[in-house]
Design a protein around this ligand. Sequence first.
Ligand code: ADP
Ligand code: MG
Length: 142
Amino acid sequence: MTIETFTPEETFELGEQLGQKARPGEVYCLDGDLGTGKTVFTQGFAKGLGIEGPVSSPTFTIIQQYDEGRLPLYHFDVYRIGDISEMDEIGYEDCFYGDGVSLIEWSSLIGEILPDQLTQIRIEKDLEKGFDYRKITVEERK
Ligand code: ADP
Ligand code: MG
C-alpha cells in the first residue's frame, strides 16, 4: 500500500496504527534518505505499542530496546554500522527471531542478514509536492 503524508504528525499516526497491529516476531524495515521521517514513524510505532517514553534514534549504540509496551521493541539504526559482525555482537538474532518487534532504520545496509519474512517501509520525498510531503510504501514480504 502507498500512503501520502503532508505533515510529520500524519507519518507519526501511520506508525502508531502499524504499532497497534504489530505481532510478536515481526520485523519492520525502514528505508529512505536522511531526514525523510524514519524516526518520526518509529516514534509513532512505539506509541502504538504502548511505549510512552521518549524514542530517539540510537545512532551511537545501533540498538535501543523498550520493554514498557505491549511487546518488546528493538529499535535499530544501522546507519553507522562498520561491519556486519557488529550485528552478531549485538545479538540481533534474538531480536529478529524472538517474541518482540524489530524496527530497523537503514535496513538496506544489512540486507544479507534480514529474514525472508518482513515488512518493508520506504519513505520518499517529492519536493514538487511540498517540503513536508512524503510518499510511504508499505510492503509485506512473506
Ligand atoms: P530520519 O530518521 O529518516 O533521518 P527523522 O524522522 O529524524 O528522519 O526526521 C524527519 C524530519 O522531517 C523531522 O524534522 C520532521 O519534522 C520532518 N518532516 C516534515 N514533513 C514530514 C512528514 N510528512 N513525515 C515525517 N517527517 C516530516
Ligand atoms: Mg532516524
